[in-house]
Design a protein around this ligand. Sequence first.
Ligand code: HEM
Length: 450
Amino acid sequence: MQKNEQEVELPLPPGPPLWSGIQDYWQGPPQYFEKLTRTYGDVVRWRGMFTLYTINNPDYVRQILTQGYPQFIKDTIDYRVITQSLGKGLVTSEGALWQQQRRLMQPMFTNRTVNGFDCIINAMTTQMLQRWEQQPPDTTIWLDREMGHVAFQIVSRALFSSDIDHCSDDIVEILKVINTNSQTLRAMLRLLPWLPIPSNQHFLHKKKQLDQIVHELIERRRRQGMGDNDMLDRLLAAKNAETGEGMSETQLRDEIVTLLLAGHETTGTAIAWTLYLLSQHPQVEAQLVAELSSVLSGVPATGSDLARLPYLKKVMQESLRLYPPIWAIARKNTEPLELGGYCIPANSYLVIPIYSLHRHSDYWSDAERFDPDRFSPQRAAARHSYCYLPFSAGPRTCIGANMAMLEIQLVLAQVLQHFRVMPVAGHPVEPVAEITFKPRYGLAVRVEAR
Ligand code: HEM
């Protein structure tokens, strides 16, 4: 096709000079990306160890995640690092493999199926609270760890029955080693796993332990036979439509590890941050506790109670805005891309900085303030739907979103009806961006029975 003479070459997006801001980037990428977008606008080019483009505009984000979906793939440095631990499970696979696996797993995550997990969620939460009751007063509780454990117990029971409960402590520890910041030098050196440096050796050792546990889980189920009607049964029964073959051992392992990691780390972190935010905002906490006691009168909530707990939902949504467990989404564009009057070359590293999008001043006033009423139905309906994306959007949206929202609300409802959570005075609270957005020094709290 002849090039239109009127056609003008679009400029590259603006951004800081080469290598500038490198220190800020290492210290806190989410906060640094936010600073970049405030200085240079919605589309920014940043050049350091690699070149990346931050895209902080809901219309452009919709184009990437939904409208132009197949042209934006996950072949980025973050995903290459994550693949080292998760293999080619649902989070990291692409194309026909991803489509087939998503179709297979989707039925386990419909609202109807997920609502049936409420007994498991409540039972695991009750167990945790009974432990808290027996502790001497003034005991320090590491909220992030506790919530990570309870979330792990929930996901392992709900999707794989109780088969791996006995090694949940080991698995949570192993997954923690695996979940280091995907862009730290240490994590990048994992792309060269044969380098005999201590962090690589530790990682490979932990990965081997995890693989062993998962293979035992699969073997045990094969010996005992199916019938639990859970995710493991689904994965084991699946047959390739063309070849009629079952899933390979490696694929099974990758899907199981993916669901265990994606299903507990994010949700646990979200519950911990919400309890922390409530401890800092006593009026919000009082309003929420009043709603819970008037609707539930001290008993755990079920899925069907949630419609009568609107403030609980707003608190969860606002917490996911300020502390989004997945703080950025990375993609590579397979074609050149035009956005906002700029051109981004094909095969670039694109970053959708969820943390900044959730603070964009065009859509959120006084964005740093914790204000659950932003999520009243009227205010939410007036906002662009792509400026709030804790679970992403489009075909690759989080498959576990329904489960996570149910879990966060039910755990909060039980904890808050029984305990007041107070931070340990003087303990620093600062987020750090690993794969999830977590408290850097942990969340140390004390609890008091209500
Ligand atoms: C608060 C909790 C959670 C948050 C904030 C969250 C967030 C996200 C986000 C943002 C993505 C998209 C990542 C990308 O496209 O690059 C994602 C994908 C995914 N999540 Fe979640 N997630 C949560 C809980 C869960 C749970 C409970 C499960 C499963 C039990 C789960 C399983 C997955 C899987 C398998 C994917 C990949 C889906 C696909 O590509 O088809 N997540 N999640």
